[in-house]
Design a protein around this ligand. Structure first.
Ligand SMILES: Nc1ncnc2c1ncn2[C@@H]1O[C@H](COP(=O)(O)OP(=O)(O)OP(=O)(O)O)[C@@H](O)[C@H]1O
Ligand SMILES: [Mg+2]
Length: 226
């Protein structure tokens, strides 16, 4: 039932990848998931067209701003989780999706520029909460981070410190830069279908995806400061 929307005004920060990691992990745990591909480039619909999509994930392409509310409403009535993937710019479609969401996730890569763009996304989310007279919980997600925190560059650490200083909730598990995550799109299917011959560090990628997903589920359960 919860609706999770991936949002950022900046392109290429990892919204679609994060959405697919989350969906495939939830599905691996036996949940039914509807993914709403609201990006006119239809990256998730293309993934769904490849072999290996689990039966408990349904992907719906929906870019009509007048239809997206109805599409999300129908999806949340039949699925355990609904995940909406938006394109990297503001739109009426994005605003409508936020009206229907229980959690907005804002992926950030660790540069000052990303952080500035993300601040706009947080503002958009707060505005959505004001408009619907019900705060929309949100959290930042660090994506494409070096796998070991010891290797995090100084600007990434600064971004994290700034988010903390600004009181922005964060998903505790960062998503690392992993070939396995890119491979979801080139190979189709899920991390469970890949073999060590396909990609390196598969086990650590799987652990990362699992830990990230349980953090998101916990945040939905426990709520985030809005
Ligand atoms: N954790 C990750 N590890 C490795 N590669 C990643 C990761 N996250 C994203 N990428 C890569 O970064 C690029 C952009 O990612 P993605 O398409 O998910 O971003 P996006 O925010 O959805 O972009 P857009 O704004 O165009 O929709 C892709 O090539 C993707 O494979
Ligand atoms: Mg995308």
């Amino acid at each position: 039932m919860p609706v999770i929307t991936m949002l950022s005004p900046k392109g290429g920060v990892g919204k679609t990848t994060t959405a697919l990691i989350l969906a495939t992990e939830l599905a691996a745990g036996g949940r039914t998931v509807v993914m709403i591909d609201a990006d006119p480039n239809f990256p998730l619909a293309r993934w769904a067209g490849k072999e290996g999509k689990p039966g408990n994930i349904e992907v719906i392409a929906e870019i009509d701003e007048d239809e997206i509310i109805g599409t999300i409403d129908a999806a949340r009535k039949r699925a355990d989780y609904v995940i909406v993937d938006l394109e990297g710019k503001a739109s009426a479609r994005a605003t409508n999706a936020l009206m229907m969401s229980n959690l907005a996730l804002v992926p950030i890569q660790g540069s000052e520029l990303d952080a500035v763009e993300a601040a706009r996304a947080f503002k958009v989310v707060r505005n959505a909460g004001t408009a619907r007279q019900r705060p929309l919980p949100y959290a930042a997600v660090l994506t494409r981070a070096p796998a070991s925190i010891r290797l995090w560059p100084r600007d990434l650490k600064a971004v994290v410190a700034n988010l903390e200083g600004a009181g922005i909730p964060m998903i505790a598990t960062a998503l690392a830069e992993r070939g396995a995550f890119r491979g979801l799109f080139s190979m189709g299917g899920t991390l469970a279908d890949m073999t060590a011959a396909d990609v390196g560090s598969l086990d650590t990628a799987r652990q990362n995806a699992k830990a990230f997903t349980s953090d998101v589920v916990a945040m939905l359960k426990e709520g985030v400061p809005a």
